[in-house]
Design a protein around this ligand. Sequence first.
Ligand code: FRU
Length: 484
Amino acid sequence: MIIFNNGKYKSILAAEPGELNTIRQTVKSDKDFYPTYHLAPPIGLLNDPNGLVFDGEKYHLFYQWFPFDALHGMKHWKHFITNDFQVFQHADDLIPCEPFESHGCYSGGALKVDDKLAMFYTGNTRRLTDNQRIPYQNLAIFDCNGMLISKRPLIAKAPNGYTEHVRDPKPYLTSEGKIRFICGAQRQNLTGTALLFEMDNLDDTPRLLGELDIPKFNNHQVFMWECPDLMKLGNKDIFIWSPQGKARETHQFQNNYHATYAIGQLNQHTFDAEYIAELDQGFDFYAPQTFSGLENKENTILLGWIGLPDLTYPTNQFKWHSALTMPREIQLKNNQLLQRPIKKIYENMTTLSSLTLKGKMEVEHLDRAYLKFDAQNRPFTLDFFSNKAKEKLSLSYENGLICLDRHQSTQTELMIKFGSQRYCKVHELYTIEIFFDRSIVEIFLNNGEKTMTSRFFIADRENVIVTNRSLNIEIGFPKHIQYV
Ligand code: FRU
């Protein structure tokens, strides 16, 4: 075991006495933004969800984590086990401590094999002689109680024809019982793709099968695919991934990077897509992962990172950054993916109360409330929150276009750089559900047909709503997360 301690490539095992406590105090000094019912890092930076697997009784989940600061440093996998996504039990983290993960345990997925949990992940390393990045693909074995048993490297470099950007293995079982995993990759000509590998069993050495080809996907300007995830829902195959480089558009693909999904049929290595769309149209959503593989399911659970690569947030000063989405049930309807919070979130909520909104109204605890109303496909403008600096978050609808506007709230320069409005087109607009959690908003339109997930920062806020027309809303409060 090596205790890495090289600038930002520092493992938690190298923490000085009292160092983590000091960071904890800084996080605690944030009185405005830390969420109550979303998973957020105790200290430091969180990014992608990793290693999602159901062991038959409990859910195991991890996230990318750098404990020391709100920046992308040495990545660990922070580990939790839960039955209900409300009480989370700590389990063994994946801590970089071997030469094949010297610069971090990067993203990956999990598979249950017999009574063990196999975590496939990328070992980020840098060559000593010239600091060249070398990606390993590694395997860590955990037991179902969350104890780490072993780790080993599977592949020690990028295959020929690809750059050092090969990462994020997501495993699944084939109908013949083989273990396959799919990695995001960049070709030597700097275009994005995904690579399929196969193993007979967990002791085997992976063989490269080839690229996953999606002829219908416009790969123009796309330089890298991150976090691929292949699964089956009903009689369709689904591919979810995070392609980087796609040009931004006015009413979709508005962020610097986007999470995308394709629905269709997987034939050998070719994905014949019938429908391709962006997964979420808010300001902050990336690198989602599901609990599924190619075993046939009617629905599955997805978690996403409420954040984006290369973004800073106002909570950087408090040494924490980002959160995960609520667990979302995804299912297919009319060849489109529907996303809704899992039923447990609704079951655990306080009883809903009704309110007729008019003009300006105070709503107690609005900043951690769930709101639901029927827009009846008619225009509206809603302004949420207020403070001395007249900050607010606005949501409006007119003629099939929803707009979430955070220009009158606190933003970092990088947030401003990518624009302060996000739009979402709908055919018609009926049910709107809004989940506020202090600096997070998750919006579900038309029962999950479209979603908009975002951060917003309004300090010292008053819990008020201003509406331009009378609206009957229902209000409830999701249950806080508990860590044990
Ligand atoms: C996506 C990503 C992955 C990588 C990880 C590193 O956000 O860049 O491709 O494995 O984050 O933290």
